[in-house]
Design a protein around this ligand. Structure first.
Ligand SMILES: [Zn+2]
Length: 267
């Protein structure tokens, strides 16, 4: 979403919404008529991403979009052929716009800017690790109050917005941490390694255009995929550091991939 948000900002800022279509009104938090009235004729001011959410500021209102399992949000110019399937379409006054094809379900919520704090799904979102305010000190403070295991902490969007189950595997591997390590047991050195690993993996993915199974605003797939993964989704393959076979283990409701030698479960 980071890349998508940046590209959308580049294409959409300052443009006026001329028409909007929503074929799946269940994703809205207000009736379609009200939605239409609130956005048509208004200008797109800001596009930001936080975790899986896009925040699109349209005049004094904010459009909150979450793609659920995933969605293709694709830009179009006046003479472009539109994607075969889409549920949502925003047309802009200059003839450009974008379509959204949702894989399963999505949220497309509208809130007045001053009412954002009441939007339960986004009000408690943590910072994205690429935010300037996400510093080693901030990260230490955030961990300081927690008791649970490190993987659940990293995946919880209330702590940090933007680490999914794909990225977290190599993030923990790089930091040599078992996903079930309890937070109070982490040493200063381990926390430091983890912080660097989060930044490294996310920056690398962005440099490569994002995840290989997600499309950007121009319909291009990202380059960060299985070739770049060190241990993620590679059960049985040798660890790139010590050659021990990679194990797939259950961690709560998610699966984890670990090298049992590089990421021992020490308490
Ligand atoms: Zn290893």
């Amino acid at each position: 979403m980071t890349i998508l948000g940046r590209q959308m900002g580049k294409e959409l800022l300052g443009k006026r919404v001329s028409q909007v279509e929503v074929a799946n009104p269940k994703c809205l938090n207000v009736p379609f008529g009200q939605f239409q009235k609130a956005v048509v004729g208004k200008t797109i001011k800001v596009v930001e991403s936080r975790g899986k959410w896009l925040f699109i500021k349209i005049d004094s209102r904010v459009l909150l979009f979450n793609p659920g399992m995933g969605a293709d949000v694709i830009h179009f110019k006046p003479d472009d052929e539109l994607p075969e399937k889409y549920q949502i379409k925003f047309s802009l006054h200059d003839g450009t716009g974008f379509t959204i094809r949702v894989w399963w379900f999505c949220y497309l919520h509208l809130k007045p800017e001053e009412g954002l704090g009441e939007h339960k799904l986004t009000a408690n979102l943590g910072l994205t690790p690429l935010d300037k305010r996400f510093t080693p000190e901030y990260f230490k403070q955030l961990l300081g109050k927690k008791r649970g295991n490190i993987k659940s902490f990293l995946l919880d969007q209330k702590n940090i917005a933007g680490i999914g189950n794909v990225y977290v595997q190599d993030i923990l591997f790089n930091a040599k941490l078992h996903p079930k390590r309890k937070i109070p047991s982490l040493t200063v050195g381990e926390i430091d390694a983890l912080f660097k690993s989060i930044k490294l993996i996310l920056r690398k993915s962005i440099e490569m255009g994002g995840l290989a199974y997600e499309k950007d605003f121009y319909g291009n797939k990202g380059g960060y995929g299985p070739k770049q993964f060190k241990i993620a989704y590679k059960p049985g393959k040798p660890c790139p550091i010590c050659q021990t076979p990679i194990q797939k283990i259950k961690t709560g409701s998610t699966s984890s991939f670990i090298c049992p030698n590089c990421q021992p479960l020490t308490m």
